[in-house]
Design a protein around this ligand. Sequence first.
Ligand SMILES: Cc1cc2nc3c(=O)[nH]c(=O)nc-3n(C[C@H](O)[C@H](O)[C@H](O)COP(=O)(O)OP(=O)(O)OC[C@H]3O[C@@H](n4cnc5c(N)ncnc54)[C@H](O)[C@@H]3O)c2cc1C
Length: 471
Amino acid sequence: MLKVKTTTDADVIAGYLCDASNTTGHASCLALPKTTAEVAAVLAHCQSKAIPLTVTAQRTSTTGGPVPNGGGLLSMEGLNTVFGPDDVSAGVILGEHQTKLAFDGLMFPPDPTSRHECTIGAAIACNASGARSFRYGPTRPWINALEVVLPTGEIMWADRDTPIPEHWPTAMWEEPKVKTAAGYYPATNLLDLMIGHEGTLGVITRARLNLVQAPKNILGLIIFFRGDEDCLAFVSTVRQGAQRPGLPATDNALNPAAIEYFDVHALAMAKSRIPDIPDSAKAALFIEIEHEGEAPISTWWDAISSATSLADDTIVADDTSSRAHIAAVRHAIPAGVNEAVVANGMPKVGTDFAVPDQALATMMAAYADVDLPSVCFGHIGDNHLHLNLLPTTAAELSTAKALYIKLATQAVALGGTVSAEHGIGKIKRALLADMVGPDTLSAFRDLKRHIDPNWILGRGTMMDVPEQFRL
Ligand SMILES: Cc1cc2nc3c(=O)[nH]c(=O)nc-3n(C[C@H](O)[C@H](O)[C@H](O)COP(=O)(O)OP(=O)(O)OC[C@H]3O[C@@H](n4cnc5c(N)ncnc54)[C@H](O)[C@@H]3O)c2cc1C
C-alpha cells in the first residue's frame, strides 16, 4: 500500500486555492505525490470514493482551471525529474528546461509568456502557445508521447500510434480552423486526445518532447506605422509564404518566426518608459527572424521602406544590448496594464479570441471601436490579439463584461474561437457551450463520463458538472 504525502492543514491548502484569474475555490485535502504510482493511487482512491480532485501545477492559469470546487487537490510539484533532454516529468518548469536545452543548442518551441513560471505538464494539458506559435504551432506538435494516469488510476503511455480504445465514445467535431485551445481535440489517437483537456481526462505525469536545433541567431525588429490599416497591409505581405505549422519549408526571404502587434494605447503605455517611440506611431509590429549567418537586415529594410511605415524609426535588435532595449519595450506594456489594474482598483477583462486570416481586419476594427479604456496587443500573425479592457468603475466593469460576450460571439460568427491559448477553465464554459453547440457538448460529456465514471477530475472545468455529481 503506497503512502502518499497529504495534508489537511487549511493554512497550507490556502496557498493552492486560486490562480491568475483571481478566482478562489475551496478544498479539504492536498495530495503531494512524488511518483506516477502515487498519482495513480490518489486517483484510484478518489474514484472509488467519488471524491472530486483538481490537478494543480503552478496556478498561472487565467481561467480558473486549477481552482478546486471542493474535494481534494493533487499538486504536480513533486514530479520534477528531468530524465533526459527530451524526457521530463510533468512538474518540471518549462522555461527552466528550455534554458538548459539552449546550452546544448536545442529548442522545445512552445513559448507561453508564462514559461518561466508554468510547468511542462500544464502547458500540454492546456495546449499552450506563444509568440513563436506563428511558425511552430502550439504545444501539441512538440509532444511525441505522454504518460497519463486516467481518472480510474490506470497508467497509460500514448503516442500517435496508440489508438483511442474502441469502446470509448468519440468526440469528433469540426474545430474552428484557427489557433484554438477550446474543447476536446477531435483526436484520432490517444496522445492527441490527452493534449489540451485542461486536466479533465487524466493526469499527465511524464512527457517525451520533440526537440529541434535552436536557431543560431535571432534578429528582432520593431516597426512603427501611422495606423492599423498600414500595419495590416504589412502583416499580410510578411505572412505570404511564411513557414507556418504543418506547411512545408518556404523560400520566402522574409519568413519571420513571430509577428506581434501593439495598438496605439499600448504604445502610449510604453512611451512613458521608452522615449524613442515616435509620436506619430499609432501601431507597431514586433517581429522575430531566426537566421544562421548574417542578419537579413537589408531584405527586411527593403520590405519596410517600400511599405507605408515609419521606416526610419524602426528599432533593430541584432546584439545583446539592442535585444535588451526591445525586451524593455515589450515588457513595458504588460507592466503598464498591471499598473493600470492596480490604480483602477478593478480587474481587467481580457480577450483570447482568434479568427481566420480574412476576418482579422473586422475583428481589429471591433476592438478599436470599444468605448472603454483599453490596450490591445498580441499574436497578430495568428490573428490572435489580447484586447485588455481596463474598467475604472463598477459600471464600466459590467459594460466590459457585456462587451466581452459580444466580441466572443462576433469572433465565433467569423469562424474563430473563444480561446486561442488560455483555455476554457471554469470561467468560459458558457462561451464554449455556445461555440460548439449542444451535440458536441453532449459528445464531450459522454467521453468524460465514460473515462471518469464519478466525474472526479477537474470538476467544473470546461463543462458544467452534471446534476448528479454536484456537491
Ligand atoms: C502572465 C501570464 C502570461 C501567460 N501567457 C500565456 C501564453 O503566452 N500562452 C498560453 O498559452 N498561456 C499563457 N498563460 C496561461 C498559463 O500560464 C498557461 O495555461 C500554463 O500552461 C499553466 O501552467 P501552470 O503550471 O501554472 O498550470 P496551472 O495553472 O496550475 O493549471 C492549468 C490547468 O492545467 C491542469 N493541469 C496542470 N498540470 C496538469 C497535469 N500534469 N496533468 C493534467 N492536467 C494538468 C490544471 O488542472 C488546470 O486546469 C499566461 C498566464 C499568465 C499569468
